[in-house]
Design a protein around this ligand. Structure first.
Ligand code: G3H
Ligand code: 13P
Ligand code: ZN
Length: 310
């Protein structure tokens, strides 16, 4: 089937109390590993392309690799999504290129400006059958949001979220409840503001919410990196149980990038250490691809709950 939008994926996920994994893609092995897991588990899938991915791999290459995945897995619903689009022009250009979903991230803007920018993208995208994710609130850095006052200043305000969705017509909303990008999400005990999430969900019943910065920073891969020459001490992600809980309160899209990076790099480090005489990239990229596949399978089956939803 052709690329799909996120519309049906999200309405089914909301009803079923599960989430769709949105995985960041940067090269062929990453795409293949993710898609093979989703195909085998019959799990609807979002593949997303960031600014960094476009700079590294070039949007055309990534789009064509995703088209190859569609040919190889014709029964799998895949949405091709722009991650953290920052301008109307960028969203317009990827929509014209065939992306089926875009994020316009105006979270750094004042409320009214975020609404204006988001609405402009929504109007353009909806005329072309493309779904739009917006963002309200700022993802906390590890040093931020240490107090309730700081949380109130950065986390998504539930009343504003309801007003924002009403006035923009966005199809989904990324919210800030304590997650952050990267491998260092918490200094002490991991904590998400689940009460805030519940409030947002109550004010926006049936509406799909998005959790960015949702990697678990899987200890097995952190240790593998550190064991074979890496230096990522103290890396900490969102515990799986918290992600599962979020999916029961309206979170329909869970963004995962760091876990892919950690799995791929950990396995490549291990293969280099084990086989120093090898210089054939396939010998280390193959196991890295398999690790990505098994990690994504684990997410689908044990964390997102979207196996067998096709
Ligand atoms: O939102 C952040 C994603 O992990 C993508 O990051 O622009 O370095 O690819 P990137
Ligand atoms: P992680 O860094 O937790 O994987 O988050 C990725 C993300 O939110 C991409 O938009
Ligand atoms: Zn993000």
């Amino acid at each position: 089937m052709p690329l799909v939008t996120t519309k049906k994926m999200f309405s089914d996920a909301y009803e079923g109390g599960y989430a769709i994994g949105a995985f960041n893609v940067n090269n062929m092995e990453i795409i293949q590993g993710i898609v093979e897991a989703a195909r085998e588990e019959r799990a609807p899938l979002i593949l997303q392309v960031s600014a960094g991915a476009r700079k590294y791999a070039n949007s055309t290459y990534l789009k064509k690799l995703v088209e190859a995945a569609l040919i190889e897995s014709p029964e799998l619903p895949i949405a091709l999504h722009l991650d953290h689009g920052d301008t109307f022009e960028l969203c317009k250009s990827v929509i014209e290129d065939g992306f089926t979903s875009v994020m316009i991230d105006g979270s750094h803007l004042p409320f009214e400006e975020n609404i204006l920018l988001t609405k402009q993208v929504v109007d353009f995208a909806h005329d072309r059958g493309v779904t739009v994710e917006a963002e309200l609130g700022r993802l906390a850095g590890i040093e931020d949001a240490v107090s309730v006052d700081a949380e109130d200043a950065t986390f998504t305000d539930p009343d504003q979220a309801a007003e924002f969705v009403e006035r923009t017509g966005a199809d989904s909303l990324a919210i800030a409840i304590g997650t952050s990008h990267g491998a260092y999400k918490f200094k002490g005990e991991p904590r998400l503001d689940i009460e805030r999430l519940k409030k947002i969900n109550q004010l926006l019943p049936g509406f799909p919410l998005v959790l960015h910065g949702a990697s678990s920073v899987i200890p097995e891969f952190v240790e593998m990196n550190n064991q074979y020459g890496g230096e990522i001490p103290g890396a900490k992600g969102v515990p799986e149980e918290l992600i599962r809980e979020a999916t029961r309160h309206g979170v329909c899209k869970v963004n995962i990038d760091s876990d892919l990076r950690l799995a791929m790099t950990g396995v490549i480090r291990r293969e280099f250490a084990k086989n120093p005489s090898n210089f054939d990239p396939r010998v280390y990229l193959g196991p890295a691809r398999t690790a990505i596949k098994e990690m994504v399978r684990h997410k689908i089956v044990n964390v997102l709950g979207n196996a067998n939803k096709i």
